[in-house]
Design a protein around this ligand. Structure first.
Ligand SMILES: NC(=O)c1ccc[n+]([C@@H]2O[C@H](COP(=O)([O-])OP(=O)(O)OC[C@H]3O[C@@H](n4cnc5c(N)ncnc54)[C@H](OP(=O)(O)O)[C@@H]3O)[C@@H](O)[C@H]2O)c1
Length: 447
């Protein structure tokens, strides 16, 4: 019997890939703050895995920030430095511009526009820019045949844009609702846990670095509104339009409201909600009473969460860190990986359902919580009930816990689903009754 041939070692020929390694995706990074430095750190920490997923290396080749001498905890010494961030767009050795400066005026929009004009894709975490100029910039990107990618602009580390476009791409979305601002969620969580007043908790949030020195953008609901406008555009295929979003912040939420919410089985959250109605798309950001057993009610502290409802998937909840260097860098790098792979990313303006109208808050219909401070004397409740009846607002329940004849007491009522405009008219007149001592407080209830 002839001896079996000796196994031969496979002749090793270098693969085409090894001979022609794919060239790196060269990134020009503008902004070296929390997010920009986070991107540099994460790219360095997970370089091999990121390269494998992207199919080629991702390299930061040039950077820009304001202060060249600032210590940032990352080494930028070998990188080209641009005093003027917009010059990154002109650098022929930059394939993609990452705009991590922030703001809807000045350098950030100038840089994004310059990059798109030069036919360079842009990655941005800048929700303010997208909410104000997204429709225009999206059109420009399409005209130039390049992407403007923005996973990091909404809900930080939660890959909600990808979820809507890719994982849930087969759905017709009916509703999106989310905790989109960690600062507000922290403040409301702390108020509930400690019974402390808004100003007190806000000061603590500022000391802990959870709130900016000027907290207006967060506390008054605008940051959440920027994100909601972007989310609604992606989910419903409508142009991003900040003016279509009703915005109300959390300054007026009192410990008393939080206490009553608890009694009624709710938690107060600042929600951004976009809903498909028969008349079009409602977009609104406001404090909301959420049933205490619902997933959004259970999200505490600085976390974000988004509930997505679609005809096929039914209901899905995504929760996670909405800000911070690591989570936001994670989202920026996901976009860079897509670009390195050569994936075509859709922009805002690719309307899938053109013709959907924006519906004003006046047309919103839903149940509501109302708190009045009234003089405890006979006839007050009857007067309030009459004003509600005149506007066809139907009361579901009324609570008056304390009785102190002749003094001020809170009266709380909840309504059956009512039209917002009608309830507001009724509350306007109730506020003028001599026995009602403060403007009525209303907080919408989400079913
Ligand atoms: N922080 C988060 O957790 C988070 C989460 C999601 C999205 N975002 C978004 O990410 C973006 C960046 O936020 P961030 O928190 O990283 O901000 P940041 O810490 O304030 O950093 C901003 C960076 O931009 C640089 N910069 C400012 N003006 C500039 C100019 N004219 N030219 C060049 N560079 C300029 C600053 O330079 P200097 O360092 O020299 O001052 C700084 O490095 C914003 O759009 C923000 O909304 C942030």
């Amino acid at each position: 019997m002839a001896p079996a041939p000796l196994p031969t070692a496979p002749i090793s020929t270098p693969s085409t890939e090894a001979m022609n390694p794919r060239p790196a995706l060269r990134v020009g990074l503008a902004g070296l703050g929390t997010v920009g430095a986070g991107v540099l750190r994460l790219l360095a920490a997970n370089r091999a895995a990121i390269e494998q997923r992207a199919g080629r290396p991702i390299e930061i080749v040039a950077v820009s920030a304001r202060d060249r001498s600032r210590e940032r905890g990352v080494d930028v010494s070998g990188l080209r430095w641009y005093e003027n961030a917009a010059d990154l767009a002109e650098d022929n050795a930059v394939d993609v511009v990452a705009e991590l400066i922030g703001g809807d005026q000045g350098t950030a929009p100038a840089l994004v526009e310059a990059a798109l004009m030069r036919g360079k894709p842009v990655v941005t975490a800048n929700k303010a820019l997208l909410a104000r100029h997204g429709a225009r910039l999206g059109k420009l990107a399409e005209a130039k045949g390049v992407a403007i990618a923005f996973e990091a602009a909404v809900a930080g580390g939660i890959p909600v844009i990808k979820a809507l476009r890719e994982g849930l791409g087969g759905n017709r979305f009916t509703r999106l609702s989310g905790i989109l601002n960690g600062t507000c969620n922290f403040v409301l969580s702390q108020m509930r846990e400690t019974g402390r007043a808004f100003e007190d908790v806000l000061a603590e949030a500022q000391a802990l670095g959870y709130a900016e020195a000027d907290p207006t953008l967060d506390i008054d609901g605008w940051d959440a509104a920027h994100k909601l406008a972007v989310l609604a555009a992606v989910a419903f295929g409508i142009p991003v339009d900040l003016d279509a979003v009703y915005v109300e912040g959390i300054r007026h939420i009192s410990p008393l409201d939080i206490e009553y919410a608890d009694d009624l089985g709710y938690r107060i959250k600042l929600l951004g909600t976009a809903v498909r109605t028969e008349r079009g798309i409602e977009q609104r950001v406001h404090p909301t009473m959420v049933p205490a057993t619902e997933p959004l009610a259970l999200v505490e502290g600085v976390d974000n969460a988004v509930v997505i409802e679609g005809d096929a998937v039914n209901r899905l909840v995504l929760q996670g860190p909405g800000a911070g260097a690591g989570p936001t860098a994670s989202a920026v790098i996901a976009d860079l990986i897509d670009l390195a792979q050569g994936r075509r990313l859709p922009s805002f303006t690719e309307a899938t359902e053109s013709g959907l109208q924006a519906v004003s808050i006046a047309e919103h219909a839903g149940p509501c919580y109302v708190r009045l401070m009234v003089l405890d004397q006979p006839g007050v409740i009857a007067d309030v009930a009459a004003e509600l009846r005149n506007e066809r607002v139907s009361m579901e329940a009324m609570i008056q816990r304390r009785n102190h004849p002749g003094s001020a007491v809170p009266v709380v009522l909840t309504t059956h689903p009512s039209q917002e405009a009608a309830l507001r008219r009724a509350l306007g007149r109730i506020g003028q009754l001599g026995t009602v001592l403060e403007p009525p407080r209303m907080i919408r209830i989400e079913p």
